[in-house]
Each structure stands twice: as structure tokens, then as C-alpha cells.
Design a protein around this ligand. Structure first.
Ligand SMILES: Cc1ncc(COP(=O)(O)O)c(C=O)c1O
Length: 466
């Protein structure tokens, strides 16, 4: 820590040196590698308590103290330091051995559950062959995955680029729309979440993340999600005043906003309007894609084919970071003259591709979209019951498949539900400032037995609040 109120620039060379201890860095790196190399039964209670304690210190000193405050708010008491350690299926275990049922699903990464054996096996096998690309030879797994995914995506979406995160996929989709149309403008939706890098952030539908970073991409505007008339009006105005719009970007169902499902005629109308105004339609399927909403893709709920699709999260099978943006041959052609216009050293690496291939196999074999649809209906029926019993607590619920949002009258109530569930060892997300809508987003293959357990604990939480 720096003394007094000095900034880093004002600190003396010796003070700055306090941040540097190379021998210590090496021994600490080795210590953690040694610990994770041990089998679980070799990890002692002392090891575990040390990890729990040091994780808090390390977050405070090297990541961000704010996260500790946030965690304290979810866990309420604050003495319940939750240090993630291992997981399997829909169960997470902290370093001290406490087990939680996971209905957060890493906000959508765990569609196949945690450590699905087939996905883990595929990645381990590829790890023993070649973990990264030379960057020069042609890589077979990336090409194969593109063929596989191109056969799954709707319509003629067939060409793709692989990224490491959903945000990067959205950035790529935006660049492609600009290349193809030669225009600069984007229309996004209020409440939208597309990532937090500067381009994706321009599309964000929440001022808290956007405002401090203005100006973002110029010629970006927002319309209410679910309101096709508003989109049409915005396009008519843009045309009238000469603002060139490249694309409309939206999530099929808004995830971060709390599983907001648009009216049934929304997506078909959006498709028609985009065609009429000759702009591209970008579907951000980072959260809704690959089974989550009860269909292969969110847009499949309304049989709509977008021009560009962004994918992420579940694509990595919950094992590797993996994302993609996908488009039709007609649009992709613009990338052919110079394929280096968009590149990434690690995007689509062999480990990520092996995870994605295994995920797709598992998703189709286990019919994860079908499971999501059925289990989503099952949860919704129970939520209807709970709303009748506890109308003062559960204000509403919505969603499709296993992307479900519970709506509470106040942040305070939602927060009490999130922390009540946490005390009952069910992992969801919700903070004091953002708990009005709590998402239920479990693994698509979660068992009915565990779902019943979650629903019982949810009712018990409501009961104790009431
Ligand atoms: C719809 C949507 N798009 C993009 C992103 C950003 O993805 P990532 O966090 O992998 O960068 C998210 C993440 O929650 C998302 O839900």
C-alpha cells in the first residue's frame, strides 16, 4: 500500500519497490500449483483454511475490495466467506467443503453442468495433443467446429470467427456489420447487455455502465426492447435526417435484464422491418444460444433468421472460454479480400474447439434444449403456485426454457430472497442494489430431484420472509 495520499506517480522508487518481490512471486506461484496438483484427500484442513483466508486478502490487495463488499451483501452475515473450489453437475463445493446447489449456472456457461465428463475428456485428450495453434498451419478443429456449428445455426449462417468471450463476439459482429454495409450506425435496446468493451458498451441499455465512459461510438441509439413500432420509428427518423444505420442489435430474450421475453410478434416484425429498411439484424445469442431457452437458439422460438449471430458462454461447454460470431456467405464475403481484418491469437484455440465440439455432441445427444423447455415449464408452474401463496413477495416471473426471472416488488425483498436461498445453500445472484429480478439459470440437465429441492428451499425462504 502507498503511504498517505500519494498517487502512484508521486511515490518514491523505494515505495514502489514494495510492489515487487520476485522470489516471493515465484514461491507463491509454485505453492498454489503444488496445492492444485494434490488430490482432494491430500488437501488438509489447514490448506483449506489458508486458501479461504488468503483469497479474501488477495481480493482486497490485488483484485478489488468492492467484490468483497458485494459478496458480503449476498451472504449477508459476512462471516460466510465463500471460496469456490470444485464442482460437478449442478453442485458446487467451497474450499471448506460446504455444498451448494447451483441455479446460477455461471450466468449461462454451465448449460451442460459443471465438468460434464464427455467435455472434460475431450479437452484433456486435446491437451495431450496440442493446446494452442502455431498460428501458421491450418487448424483442423477450428475448421471442423465451424462446419458443425454452421449446420446447427438457422438459415444460411455458415461462416464464423471464434473468440474468447461473448463481448468479443459482439465486437466482431459490429465490425462485420460496418464492413458489409459501409455504414456506422447501430440501434440497440434499453436494458440490453452485450458486454463492456467500448464497442459493445455503446450498445448497453443501462446508464450506470455507459455514462462515465461517454462519448462511446457515435451514431448509436436505443429503442425500448420488445417494441417493434419504436424500432420502425427510429429507422424512419434516421432515414429522414440522413443517419446511416448498419444494424439493429438485440438479445432474443434479454438475459441480464432478468429474462425479459418480448411479445410473440416482436422478432418476426423486427426481421421484416430490418429488411424493409435494408439494415442488418444482429442477434446476440451469447446467453440464449445453444439450448438455454428450450430451442437450439433463442430466435428459433419465433423462426427468425438473423443476418449475424453472436454466441458465447455455453459454447465452451462450461470448460473453456469460447465464443463466435456467425454470418451468411453473402455477408462474410466482405472479409475475404483481407482475412486479417479481424484476428485473435487465442480465439478458437484447439482446447476451446474440443470443448465446443463435445458440448454440441452432448447437447444434441442429451436433448438439452428439450430438457430446458420441459424443466422451464415445471419451474414456471411451481412459481405460479408460489405467487398465489405469497403475492406480497413474488411480484411476477417470466422467461423461456431455463432462462427464468423472478420479479420482486422491491430490491429489499429480492435481496432477502437471494440471501435466504444462499443460507439454504442454493446459489443465485442478487445484491442489495440489484435484486428486484433474480435469475434461475441452472444446468439444462439438472435433475428433477435437485429442482424439487431448490423449489422447496425457495418456498421455505418465502415462508420465512412472509
Ligand atoms: C447477451 C450477452 N451478450 C454478451 C455478453 C458478454 O459476454 P462475456 O461476459 O463472455 O464477454 C453477455 C454476458 O453476460 C450476455 O449475456
Amino acid at each position: 500500500m502507498l503511504d498517505g495520499n500519494k498517487t502512484l506517480a508521486e511515490a518514491s522508487a523505494s515505495e514502489r519497490k514494495k510492489f515487487r518481490n520476485i522470489d516471493f512471486a515465484q514461491s507463491e506461484a509454485a505453492r498454489m500449483v503444488e496445492l492444485i496438483t494434490k488430490s482432494e484427500d491430500q488437501v488438509t484442513t489447514e490448506d483449506r483454511e489458508r486458501v479461504a483466508k488468503e483469497t479474501i486478502e488477495n481480493f482486497a490487495n490485488h483484485i478489488n475490495k468492492g467484490f468483497l463488499e458485494y459478496r458480503k451483501s449476498v451472504t449477508e452475515a459476512g462471516d460466510f466467506a465463500l471460496t469456490e473450489w470444485k464442482g460437478q453437475g449442478s453442485m458446487l463445493t467451497d474450499v471448506l467443503g460446504r455444498e451448494f446447489i447451483d441455479v446460477l449456472g455461471g450466468f449461462g456457461i454451465y448449460s451442460a453442468g459443471i465438468r460434464h465428463p464427455k467435455i472434460v475428456a475431450a479437452v484433456k485428450a486435446q491437451l495431450d495433443r496440442s493446446p494452442q495453434y502455431s498460428q501458421e498451419m491450418l487448424d483442423p478443429l477450428r475448421a471442423h467446429l465451424a462446419k458443425v456449428l454452421g449446420n446447427l445455426t438457422p438459415g444460411d449462417l455458415q461462416y464464423m470467427f471464434f473468440n474468447n468471450s461473448g463481448t468479443e463476439a459482439v465486437e466482431g459482429a459490429m465490425k462485420l456489420a460496418k464492413f458489409y454495409t459501409g455504414r456506422t450506425g447501430f440501434i440497440a435496446t434499453t436494458g440490453a447487455f452485450h458486454g463492456k468493451s467500448l464497442g459493445a458498451l455503446s450498445l448497453m441499455g443501462k446508464s450506470v455502465f455507459r455514462k462515465p465512459l461517454m462519448p462511446l461510438l457515435s451514431n448509436t441509439r436505443h429503442v425500448p426492447f420488445g417494441d417493434a413500432d419504436a424500432l420502425e420509428q427510429q429507422l424512419a427518423i434516421a432515414e429522414q435526417v440522413g443517419d446511416d444505420i448498419a444494424a439493429f442489435v438485440a438479445e432474443p430474450i434479454q438475459g441480464e435484464a432478468g429474462a425479459v421475453v418480448p411479445p410473440d410478434d416482436y422478432w418476426p416484425r423486427v426481421r421484416e422491418i430490418c429488411d424493409r429498411y435494408d439494415i442488418l439484424l444482429i442477434a446476440d445469442e451469447v446467453q440464449t444460444g445453444l439450448g438455454r431457452t428450450g430451442k437450439l437458439f433463442g430466435v428459433d422460438n419465433w423462426d427468425v433468421v438473423p443476418d449475424i449471430m453472436a454466441l458465447g458462454k455455453a459454447l465452451g461447454g462450461g470448460v473453456m472460454p469460447m465464443a463466435a460470431f456467425v454470418a451468411s456467405p453473402k455477408i462474410w464475403k466482405v472479409m475475404e479480400p483481407n482475412p486479417f481484418m479481424h484476428t485473435s491469437t487465442t480465439g478458437g484455440n484447439p482446447l476451446a474447439c474440443s470443448a465446443a465440439l463435445a458440448y454440441i455432441d452432448v447437447m444434441l445427444r442429451e436433448d438439452l434444449p428439450g430438457q430446458a423447455a420441459e424443466k422451464g415449464d415445471y419451474i414456471m408452474d411451481k412459481l405460479a403456485e408460489l405467487q398465489t401463496k405469497y403475492p406480497q413477495i413474488l411480484d411476477g416471473y417470466r422467461g423461456k426454457g431455463l432462462l427464468i426471472g423472478m420479479e420482486f416488488a422491491t430490491d429489499e425483498t429480492g435481496y432477502r430472497v437471494a440471501s435466504g436461498l444462499f443460507k439454504r445453500k442454493v446459489l443465485t445472484a442478487g445484491t442489495l442494489t440489484n435484486a428486484k429480478a433474480i435469475r434461475i439459470e441452472p444446468a439444462l440437465n439438472i435433475s428433477y430431484e435437485l429442482l424439487d429441492e431448490v423449489l422447496n428451499r425457495l418456498e421455505d425462504t418465502f415462508k420465512s420472509i412472509a
